[in-house]
Design a protein around this ligand. Structure first.
Ligand SMILES: [Zn+2]
Length: 248
């Protein structure tokens, strides 16, 4: 069996609905990392209600900071606000719509972290700190047992979705037992009327065409994965799997 995690950063109320629609249609779940959680402009009650609903269906939500500033450049007080404030926003807003939820993963904005940031996460019982290949030293996972050797607070990704190439994506999936695909929301909102209008105004038609191509390849990739026995899990479930394997 191949475990697969879909990680999507930079999620807020303006792109959440399109992302959920896309993956629900394919009947799979993802781990979403939320920003601007303190802003009523980006997060309305209907958005939190949707988060509540997807959590019920096994999705995960985690932190990605309040305003997406590079955390390593911040003073401690601001760093705490960005990280712990973000996590508290998510838990409190979900509580307000009737669900008790504990955030256990945090994706570093731009993948950047340091020992102080990791210590903040550790002291707030965050299990996973997520980075990406172009940030500081990281490791992805090949096998479940690897997490014994890898620092869960600097966990990387297997595929960033760049370049857009179906064969390359399928190859990366086939050669890892734990496959972490990291995506960003842009392609999912390309067909929203306002985005289309802006693209037409700015003659940025290429952006729309690229997004359509990206989504088509992504769907083909997911169908390939399902065909080859992918089991879609979240970071929360990854942690539980590891604990089960330790018990054995
Ligand atoms: Zn981000």
């Amino acid at each position: 069996m191949r475990f697969s995690i879909i990680r999507i950063d930079d999620v807020n109320g303006s792109n959440l609905h399109e992302i959920v629609k896309f993956f629900t249609r394919l009947d799979i779940k993802a781990s979403l990392f939320l920003t601007h959680t303190d802003s009523p402009h980006f997060w309305k009650k209907k958005d939190w209600l949707l988060v509540k609903n997807i959590i019920k269906h096994g999705w995960e939500v985690g932190g990605h900071s309040r305003s997406h500033k590079p955390l390593v450049l911040l003073k401690n007080k601001e760093m705490l606000e960005e990280i712990i404030g973000n996590i508290k926003d998510i838990e409190e807003k979900l509580y307000e719509v009737g669900v008790t939820y504990k955030v256990t993963s945090f994706a570093y904005p731009c993948g950047e972290y340091n020992t102080v940031i990791k210590e903040i996460l550790r002291s707030h019982n965050i299990l996973f700190g997520l980075t990406c290949p172009d940030a500081l030293g990281y490791k992805s996972l090949e096998r479940l047992e690897d997490l014994n050797e890898v620092d869960p607070l600097s966990l990387g990704v297997t595929n960033t979705g760049n370049p857009i190439n179906l064969n390359l994506w399928n190859y990366k999936f086939m050669t890892s037992n734990i496959y972490i695909l990291a995506l960003h929301p842009d392609p999912f909102i390309a067909l929203k009327p306002r985005t289309l209008l802006n693209a037409a105004k700015n003659f940025n038609i290429k952006y729309v065409i690229d997004s359509i191509k990206f989504l088509k390849i992504l769907e083909e990739h997911i169908r390939f994965m399902l065909h080859h026995g992918a089991k879609f899990i979240t970071f929360k479930e990854l942690w539980n799997l590891l604990h089960d394997s330790w018990k054995m």
